[in-house]
Design a protein around this ligand. Structure first.
Ligand code: MG
Length: 381
């Protein structure tokens, strides 16, 4: 095996690669690979543009500098591409999967997702943003005359579903074509970690921007950030705290990225993996952090939960999200004829609750609030 990277374990992505197969025939383009074409199809999808209007952690009302789901997505794609390049993996596939990884998220961040899931549970259904992302790219995007959906390659559809978790065939028989008994290729595995690196950095940054977190408190309580801050403070004596904090965040991002690259390389070598099949056949995911980085990741995540995600200011927003999502869900389930005609027609085959969830999940924060105001007016009349 090559000493410096894992290029033998990369998804090839050539014309003979089964992962490049599409459901509907599409003539190949001489100057773009199949995964590059998928990337461009995703970037031009309406659901991708709507990420600009969806909350990551903070709604944009208080500052223009907070991440949206779109800017978060771009940050994840930078990291994913870097890691894939360093490991000799298929950069196009990694970038494409990063760009699509959050396309199934509803408005209002995780609060919106929890609310939608609670609504569906009352009807014996669940909301899963990975499976919703697959519904978007296979069904709701309509850009082609001959078929519905974006007609993405098998490799990208598999990565959309499996980048962050595995699914059992017994529970999800419809997904049987996605190699459920196997791990996804490294290009998909690394997306979940690139996502972690992006938000662990960004949420501290946005948390300070919001005034809900203080640099001194983070330094006292977040082990990895403290270490990075001490290193940059030694190098830049007498520099203002806010610049040192920025430098520390960058150092933290580099440290986690380097750790992911090194640990993945070490793990793949340890099992003697020389092909994507070997990566798939291994019972555990190989793209992970080292033990130390993983424990520091958990420690920071706990801090973010306790100090930021569940703080009173954000809980107020979460309560509002819950109220809006639940009220609209209940309204359309009781009055499906008020859905846009396309959705109403679909509800015959799929049942009203699932289609209402699809409709709500696609909305931006702004649009769902407009709908909420309109429905409230209509109910009062
Ligand atoms: Mg994400």
């Amino acid at each position: 095996m090559d000493e410096t990277d894992l290029h033998r374990c990369a998804v090839l992505g050539g014309v003979s690669d089964a992962l490049c197969e599409r459901v509907y025939p599409a003539p190949s383009r001489p100057h773009r690979t199949a995964f590059q074409r998928d990337r461009d199809r995703i970037v031009q999808a309406r659901a991708f543009r709507r990420l600009a209007g969806k909350t990551q952690v903070f709604t944009s009302r208080a500052s223009d500098h907070f991440r949206s789901r779109l800017t978060h997505t771009i940050e994840v794609s930078q990291i994913a591409r870097d890691v894939a390049a360093a490991l000799g993996l298929n950069e196009d596939l990694a970038e494409t999967l990063a760009l699509v990884h959050d396309i199934g998220h509803p408005p209002f961040g995780h609060a919106g997702e929890r609310a939608l899931d609670r609504c569906l549970k009352r009807h014996g259904l669940r909301f899963d943003h990975n499976l919703h992302a697959l519904r978007i790219v296979e069904h709701f995007e309509q850009r082609y005359a001959a078929h519905r959906g974006l007609n993405l390659t098998l490799g990208v559809r598999e990565g959309i579903i499996k980048h962050s978790r595995d699914y059992a065939a017994t529970e999800h028989p419809a997904l049987v074509g996605y190699f459920l008994g196997e791990r996804p290729p490294l290009e998909a595995q690394l997306i979940d970690l690139a996502d972690e690196i992006a938000y662990l950095t960004a949420d501290l940054d946005d948390g300070v921007e919001s005034g809900l977190l203080e640099v001194a408190h983070i330094r006292e309580n977040v082990v990895i950030l403290r270490r990075c801050y001490e290193a940059v403070a030694k190098e830049h004596v007498g520099v203002e705290e806010k610049y040192l904090f920025n430098e520390a965040l960058q150092l933290m991002q580099h440290a986690l990225t380097d750790d992911l690259i090194q640990t993945t390389l070490t793990n793949a070598r340890a099992i003697g993996a020389e092909s994507v099949e070997a990566i798939r056949a291994h019972p555990e995911r190989l793209a992970v952090f080292s033990e130390q980085a993983e424990s520091e990741r958990r420690q920071e995540k706990r801090y973010l939960y306790d100090t930021l995600y569940t703080c009173p200011a954000l809980e107020n927003e979460h309560d509002k999200a819950e109220e809006v999502v639940t009220a609209l869900f209940d309204f359309w389930v009781e009055n499906p004829q008020e859905l846009p005609p396309g959705y109403f027609d679909e509800s015959e085959a799929e049942g009203v609750p699932r289609i209402v969830a699809d409709y709500i999940a696609g909305m931006t924060d702004h649009y769902i609030l407009l709908q909420f105001a309109e429905v409230r007016r209509a109910v009062r009349r």
